[in-house]
Design a protein. Structure first.
Length: 233
C-alpha cells in the first residue's frame, strides 16, 4: 500500500509510503482520493493528519514514471490529481499537514490544501513547485490552489523559477504555520488537529473560508477539462 491509515488519539493519520521520496503514481493518487472521499462522508471527529514516511513528505509525481506513460495514462493521472485535491479541500474536519521533510510539486500542494501546516526543522528539507524543472504536470486544480493560497505573484515566481524554499522562508512567507523538531512533529500535528476539531463552529467557518476554492476545484474535477492537458502528452 502506498498510503497507510491509523488512528492516534482519535485523529486519523494518513501516511504516504512510497519510497524513495514518497513520489506519487496513479495508484497513490487514486488511493488518496478514496481516503479523502471517505473522510468527507464519514469524517473523523478529531480531524486528520497527512504525513510521509522517512525524511520526505512527498516529492510530487514520479517524473520517470510519468515520462514512461502514454498520453491516455498521463491524462488520467492529471485528472485524478485534480479530483484528489478537490476531495481534500472538501473534508469538513481539520486537516493538518505534518510535513516531515521535502515537499515539492503535488506534494507541496497537498500541504497547501491542508488547514494547518507544521514543518520539520530539518535543515535539508526544501519546499516548492519545481515542475518546470522536473516535467511534473501542473494540473488545473493545483494551479487554483497555488493562486488562492500563495497569491498570483508568489505562485508565478515559485512555478516559473522552480525555486525551493527552506523552512525559515516558508515561515517568513506564512506558507507554513509553525516548525518543530522531527521527533515531535507527528504528535504535535495530532494534538493540533484535535484542538482545532473541538471548536464548535469549525466546520461552518471552514466552509466560509475555503468553500469557494473547494467549489472551484470540484468544478474542474467534475468537467474533467484541463486547458493544458494535451501539453502533458
Amino acid at each position: 500500500m502506498s498510503v497507510t491509515t491509523a488512528y492516534q488519539d482519535g485523529v486519523l493519520v494518513l501516511t504516504l509510503l512510497r519510497p524513495p521520496g514518497n513520489a506519487l503514481d496513479l495508484d497513490a493518487v487514486l488511493l488518496l482520493e478514496r481516503y479523502f472521499d471517505l473522510a468527507i462522508h464519514s469524517p473523523p471527529e478529531r480531524g486528520m493528519v497527512i504525513t510521509g514516511i522517512g525524511e520526505t513528505f512527498c516529492a510530487g509525481v514520479d517524473p520517470a514514471l510519468f515520462a514512461s506513460h502514454g498520453r491516455d495514462l498521463r491524462g488520467e493521472l492529471v485528472r485524478a490529481i485534480t479530483r484528489m485535491t478537490a476531495r481534500l479541500l472538501a473534508i469538513p474536519v481539520p486537516v493538518v499537514a505534518a510535513i516531515n521533510g521535502t515537499a515539492t510539486g503535488t506534494g507541496f500542494v497537498l500541504a497547501l490544501g491542508s488547514d494547518y501546516r507544521l514543518l520539520t526543522d530539518a535543515p535539508g528539507a526544501r519546499f516548492g513547485m519545481n515542475g518546470a524543472l522536473t516535467g511534473e504536470p501542473l494540473a488545473a486544480g493545483l494551479l487554483d490552489i497555488l493562486k488562492a493560497e500563495l497569491g498570483p505573484g508568489l505562485a508565478r515566481r515559485l512555478t516559473l523559477t522552480s525555486a525551493l524554499l527552506d523552512a525559515n522562508t516558508m515561515l517568513d512567507l506564512r506558507i507554513a504555520d509553525e516548525a518543530c523538531p522531527s521527533d515531535v512533529l507527528l504528535s504535535r500535528a495530532v494534538d493540533k488537529a484535535a484542538v482545532m476539531a473541538e471548536q464548535p463552529g469549525f466546520r461552518t467557518v471552514k466552509r466560509q473560508v475555503r468553500g469557494d476554492l473547494a467549489c472551484s476545484v470540484q468544478d474542474r474535477a467534475d468537467n474533467g477539462n484541463d486547458p493544458f492537458l494535451l501539453a502533458f502528452g
